[in-house]
Design a binder for this molecule. Structure first.
Ligand code: PXL
Length: 269
């Protein structure tokens, strides 16, 4: 059985983070496990305000050693790495692996909205992590940060950002939700691997129940890459799975909702 490690945070509300990753890996019939980097909580009495509790570096290190040196992995997914120090440590681990396993980097910079977790965060992800990515999956905000652009407000700007992100040394980039800055609005993602540029189409689904979509998309990409699909096919299949899940989105409470995990796996082999 193929094994896939997610190095990511716990989302106590269950929609994103390792909860989304492990659910997704299991549905792909992969052996999923995790190295926890941070615990994220949400305050039901304070407008769902987020608490971010990083795990000690020695504890993260120990988990990664258990997984990679002690068990072995066929692919790695990175999710929320909450501090530049943690980013540096994980980057050093990936350096040692020298690309033996594919790595999918979800460059998580925000939980909600567009306020970065920490200002120095984006720079560390950009300079230390992206070069290790077989595929990286930024949203529009993260893509702009990685590309050194103010914001992305058109298809042309998204293409420019994708080109700049490729210069950071990754194998491919999938910028999610590029369709939201196009006319007519869609949910299309933009794939670029240095040669092929592909708009992965998807009709717009009007919902704010989008919590955990980025994590789940990246988890599908990582699972597909782990199973041996090409980078391009991994992204196209991930997009289909997310669209099927979002069609059947549901509320977790009055603040957030997420996709229906069962529905998103209907098309999966
Ligand atoms: O969706 C970004 C994200 C990633 N990882 C964890 C999170 C969140 C958002 O809440 O909690 C652990």
């Amino acid at each position: 059985m193929k094994k896939i490690l997610t190095i990511a945070g716990s989302d106590s509300s269950g929609g994103a983070g390792i909860q989304a990753d492990l659910r997704t890996f299991a549905k792909h019939n992969l052996y999923g496990f995790c190295a926890l980097t941070v615990i994220v909580t949400m305050d039901p009495d304070n407008n769902w305000g987020h608490g971010v509790f990083p795990i000690e570096i020695a504890t993260i290190d120990s988990q990664i050693r258990t997984a990679i040196d002690g068990v072995g992995v066929d692919a790695i997914k990175l999710g929320m790495l909450p501090t530049p120090e943690i980013i540096s440590h994980v980057a050093a681990k990936l350096e040692v692996l020298k690309g033996k396993q594919p790595v999918v980097v979800d460059p998580v910079m925000v939980c909600k909205g567009d306020k970065p977790l920490f200002p120095e965060h984006a720079e560390a992800i950009k300079t230390q992590l992206i070069k290790h990515a077989t595929v990286t999956t930024p949203n529009l905000f993260e893509a702009a940060q990685l590309a050194g652009m103010d914001k992305i407000s058109s298809y042309e700007e998204a293409v420019m950002a994708a080109q700049k992100i490729m210069e950071l040394g990754c194998g491919a980039v999938a910028i999610t939700n590029v369709g939201s800055v196009m006319e007519p609005k869609t949910s299309a993602d933009l794939y670029y691997d240095g040669e092929e540029l592909l708009l992965v189409e998807g009709a717009f689904i009007d919902t704010h129940h989008t919590h955990g979509l980025g994590c789940t998309f990246a988890a599908h990409v990582a699972a597909n890459v782990c199973k041996g699909y090409s980078k391009r096919e991994s992204v196209v299949l991930a997009k289909e799975a997310i669209r099927a899940g979002v069609k059947h989105h549901f509320a977790l409470n009055q603040y957030v909702g997420t996709l229906n995990f069962e529905e998103s796996f209907k098309n999966i082999d």
